[in-house]
Design a binder for this molecule. Structure first.
Ligand code: HEM
Length: 164
């Protein structure tokens, strides 16, 4: 059972990551295109994002959450992995936001945006793979005092808030 869910998790995350890596390159190709070529690229980008990358992200997260409980990995490296997954989710949301206006007249996607997004995606994937494969033993004490106590965030906010 766990092996099957892990297989689904790994298959889905491979598709998700591949989608996030290929989308900036697809967006970059938009420049100088007009007419049918532009519409074809627009359709292709939407299929890659909506029909392939987003469902793969959904399956990855659902299978991953199931694995947390089945494998009982309530560890610091898993918490850090989820922070890195959060970065991947932000890149994903950004990709979806870009597609909304990219194909409007005069739209474009600069080379530096393609490079920056790809580097951010690769960095998050590398961090996730390192954490999940090396499973480094990290003491919870690396977190600040307030993060280790119930209600710690509230007391921190009360300390730094200028409003009583
Ligand atoms: C919300 C998203 C995710 C959750 C909740 C999650 C959770 C998990 C859990 C609990 C495991 C089992 C760990 C173990 O057996 O010790 C696992 C395995 C794995 N995850 Fe994720 N994961 C998520 C996203 C990702 C992403 C985005 C990647 C890669 C970019 C990834 C890569 C892997 C790999 C390679 C394994 C297999 C590790 C092994 O068997 O040693 N996961 N994941």
């Amino acid at each position: 059972m766990i092996a099957w869910i892990k297989a689904v998790h790994i298959a889905a995350l491979s598709v998700w990551c591949a989608g996030l890596l290929v989308l900036p390159a697809i967006y970059y190709r938009r420049r100088h295109l007009h007419g049918n070529e532009l519409h074809d690229l627009h359709r292709f980008a939407r299929v890659v994002f909506i029909n392939i990358t987003s469902p793969a992200a959904f399956v990855t997260v659902i299978a991953g959450i199931a694995l947390i409980f089945l494998r009982e990995v309530f560890t610091v490296w898993m918490a850090l992995k989820l922070v890195a997954v959060g970065a991947l989710v932000i890149v994903h949301l950004r990709m979806g936001h870009v597609i909304l206006s990219l194909y409007d007249p005069g739209g474009g996607y600069a080379r530096w945006r393609q490079v920056t997004t790809t580097i951010a995606t690769l960095s998050a994937i590398t961090a996730i793979l390192f954490l999940v494969l090396a499973k480094p033993v990290i003491e919870p004490t690396i977190a600040p005092e307030w993060a280790r106590q119930p209600g710690g965030l509230q007391s921190l906010l009360e300390t730094i808030s200028p409003i009583p």
